[in-house]
Design a protein around this ligand. Structure first.
Ligand code: ADP
Ligand code: GLC
Length: 472
């Protein structure tokens, strides 16, 4: 079977968050279960500097009343890159790095990708049995494929909070008859155009990235007004847990680390911790646990909850190192704390792939107090790198972090019941208590490092999903 993925971001060609890791890793994992796949994704020349492969097609796509020239290039290992300079020759994937705001023409940029996917399928450039679309940016692919009587589609929700909402007046850009918008249509959402709704409604099967999140988003509390549409899907909504790419995320072979280590030979982790301290400007203090995170700084991630716990954490003797970019207010919070507690709190500001690896390796405790979390990859990387996760009980965090039990000595982390300052403090407090019982802490750390976060099981579940829509 052949599957064409369509996604706005894909590692190593581009990356904003976990979706890029997923679309970058899934093709190889699918290959292991006998599915050949490619990822159709924009070519952002300012973000990806490696040479492209062979040019495989050139055609015009229509968005609104204008035609735009598109060229497709192969790119190792699984990429089909869409070159369209007007749309993609920018410094960011979704947001303008100068202002931090979304580009004003993001709908146009999404539709270029959707129309390129449509043309690629029509022209048989990669003869796909199934087209797998990722998040709202690609939501018009299922629509166009249905109109063209093309192959079936699977649509994956990576983050239900970003729905792709645009003014109704923009509907004409899609090239569809305006009559299709009005009434209680698959496109309309409180008078606006909602891409997520279109994707969910037209795809043959909808998946999301963890079983727990699949249960959450059908409730009014987490359904962003579309829970009814999701409930209507019944068994056409599946939760398939993300995996991690073990070639990229393994402390035993990671080229970004000053020393390698594993569950069986953990000694090198100390060296990584010293390197992180040096890099972040933290004092040498062998007794202190280093608490950290790597994250987009947004409301979702509960960064403020960690920020509010900083005075307490510093008093408790911990050191803190966070890596991230995004919300200016949240960055200010940590900048201020760094000034107040130099050598104890450090903000590593920006997006830095190599440094992220060092933070996972150099921390003892990884804090991820998300208010909601579709899956989350960071907590899995943290466990793999021996940084014990302290997280909330949301979505994929609940599916991947097992609470530590002192008697049974099983479990891999500590879960806060709620995304509140107090609940997080309770969870951090327990993690610090365990830190002072080194045998137990080492056991918890080792449990996490030994867990299987590979893609194997999930790739099999996707294979079954593809088979299901193909038979249909
Ligand atoms: P999300 O996709 O919601 O951001 P995930 O946990 O699924 O959350 O994935 C986040 C990915 O982005 C991880 O690979 C993480 O290491 C990476 N990441 C987040 N912020 C940064 C940053 N500032 N620098 C480098 N990598 C980052
Ligand atoms: C989204 C979610 C995150 C998930 C990632 C990959 O960005 O916020 O939880 O891990 O997509 O599916």
């Amino acid at each position: 079977m052949r599957v064409l993925h369509v996604a706005m971001e894909c590692f190593p060609f581009s990356k904003v968050g976990g979706m890029a890791d997923v679309t970058g890793a899934l093709p190889a994992a699918l290959g292991d279960v006998g599915i050949e796949s490619r990822v159709l994704t924009p070519y952002y020349p300012q973000l990806y500097k490696e040479p492209l492969g062979r040019e495989i097609a050139a055609f015009d796509v229509w968005v609104g009343s204008a035609a735009h020239r598109v060229r497709l290039f192969e790119a190792e290992p699984f990429g089909i890159l869409v070159e369209q300079p007007t749309a993609y020759d920018r410094g960011g994937v979704y947001d303008d790095p100068a202002s931090g705001k979304g580009y004003g023409d993001n709908l146009f940029r999404c539709l270029v990708l959707c129309q390129a996917a449509r043309a690629a399928v029509r022209q048989g450039i990669f003869p796909a049995d199934v087209v797998h679309c990722h998040d709202n940016h690609t939501a018009f692919v299922p629509v166009y494929l249905k109109d063209d009587a093309g192959p079936p589609s699977v649509y994956t929700i990576h983050n239900f909070a970003y729905q792709g909402i645009y003014g109704a007046a923009d509907f004409w850009l899609t090239g569809l008859d305006p009559k299709r918008f009005h009434g209680h249509s698959a496109f309309e959402y409180f008078g606006d155009l909602n891409l997520m709704k279109a994707g969910i409604s037209f795809a043959d099967l909808v998946t999301t990235v963890s079983p727990a999140y699949a249960k959450e988003i059908v409730t009014p509390e987490h359904g962003h007004g579309l829970d009814g549409v999701l409930r209507h899907l019944g068994d056409r909504l599946l939760g398939i847990l993300n995996g991690t790419d073990e070639k990229v995320w393994d402390p035993a072979t990671d080229p970004h680390l000053p020393a390698s280590y594993s569950a069986a030979k953990p000694a090198g982790k100390e060296k990584c911790k010293e390197a992180l301290r040096a890099r972040a400007g933290l004092e040498t203090d062998p007794q202190a646990p280093v608490v950290g995170l790597v994250s987009r700084f947004t409301h979702q991630k509960g960064i403020d909850l960690l920020g509010s716990n900083l005075p307490w954490l510093v008093r408790a003797g911990a050191q803190v190192a966070v890596l991230g970019n995004g919300d200016a207010g949240l960055l200010d919070l940590f900048r201020g704390a760094q000034g107040r507690w130099p050598g104890r709190v450090a903000l590593l500001e920006g997006y830095d792939e190599a440094l992220a690896h060092l933070v996972y390796a150099g921390t003892d405790i990884f804090c991820m107090p998300s208010r909601f979390e579709p899956c989350g990859l960071s907590q899995m990387y943290a466990m793999r790198y021996g940084s014990v996760p302290v997280t909330t009980k949301m979505g994929g965090l609940k599916d991947t972090v097992l609470p530590f039990d002192e008697e049974r000595r099983d479990g891999t982390g500590v879960l806060a019941d709620w995304a509140t300052i107090d609940s997080l403090q309770g969870a951090l407090d327990y993690a610090l208590t365990l830190w002072k019982k080194p045998q137990l802490f080492r056991r918890m750390r080792r449990n996490g490092m030994e867990r299987d976060f590979s893609w194997k099981r999930s790739a099999e579940q996707y294979a079954a999903a593809y088979e299901r829509v193909r038979r249909k």
